[in-house]
Design a protein around this ligand. Structure first.
Ligand code: C5P
Length: 232
């Protein structure tokens, strides 16, 4: 799998998103991430529109429900022709298998399917005190990644600092998709555990997900190109 930079299009509506993507005409078409806010606000049509412009799409909806419901939802997302989707590994191996089944089209093709292990917003304390998960957070992440691999998934979303651990447990071809990326000379915003694109490459990330360092830059195209230079 070739390394790539995925731009997190965390915009509230269609107009802002398309105006942002207009800036990239002529050059390389970025791989973009569409999250819940934009998908629920603008509807599936925004996916079709961005696909029609030639972008690859990671639809970040983090499905988590009973296996049959996830399977049916994945059939719908697969028909939208997205390139990558995700589920919560906490939904169990059976749910992840059902997701994969739903995603696979009649001709055998399907989008990449990635699992969220533990959200980076979940602390070890919350995991143990509220969710009554006794294991340590790293142990949980590795176990959930192994479950995802057993279910036939392609990889996991994790912090770049966890990517090495996941690669060690699941092998180098198991994909790691990593947010929490900042340039060495830039603001961290609300991210805590961050790395630069260059460091993410060294650690072995396959895809970095980059939002504000590109979307809030004075020159988003230059910031995107800088990410490509450091990472790809
Ligand atoms: O703006 P920034 O680069 O921080 O955006 C990172 C993107 O990755 C956002 O869309 C955020 O929701 C997402 N993300 C994250 N941490 C995770 C999972 C997803 O930052 N653990």
């Amino acid at each position: 799998m070739n390394r790539d930079v995925i731009i997190a299009c965390d915009f509230p509506n269609r107009e802002t998103t398309l105006a942002f993507l207009d800036r990239f005409q002529g050059g390389r078409k970025p791989f973009v991430k569409i999250g819940m806010e934009l998908f629920y606000g603008a509807g599936p049509e925004i996916v079709r529109e961005i696909k029609a412009r030639g972008h690859r799409i990671f639809l970040d909806l983090k499905l988590h429900d009973i296996p049959n419901t996830v399977k049916k939802a994945m059939q719908v997302l697969s028909a939208l022709d997205v390139d990558m989707v995700n589920v919560h590994a906490a939904g169990t191996v059976a749910m992840m298998r059902a997701a994969l089944e739903g995603l696979t089209r009649a001709d055998g093709t399907r989008p990449l399917l990635i699992a969220v292990t533990q959200l980076t917003s979940t602390s070890q304390e919350a995991m143990q005190q509220e969710l009554l998960i006794g294991a340590g957070i790293n142990e949980t992440i590795v176990k959930y990644a192994r479950n995802a691999q057993d279910a036939g998934l392609d990889g996991v979303v994790c912090s770049p600092l966890e990517a090495a651990m996941v690669k060690e447990a699941c092998g180098s071809s198991f994909l790691t998709v990593t947010p929490g990326i900042r340039f060495a000379d830039a603001a961290k915003d609300d991210q805590v555990r961050i790395t630069t694109p260059a460091r993410a490459r060294e650690i072995g990330s396959d895809f970095i997900v980059v939002g504000r360092p590109i979307t809030a830059a004075d020159d988003p195209v230059a910031a995107y190109e800088r990410c490509l230079e450091e990472f790809v």
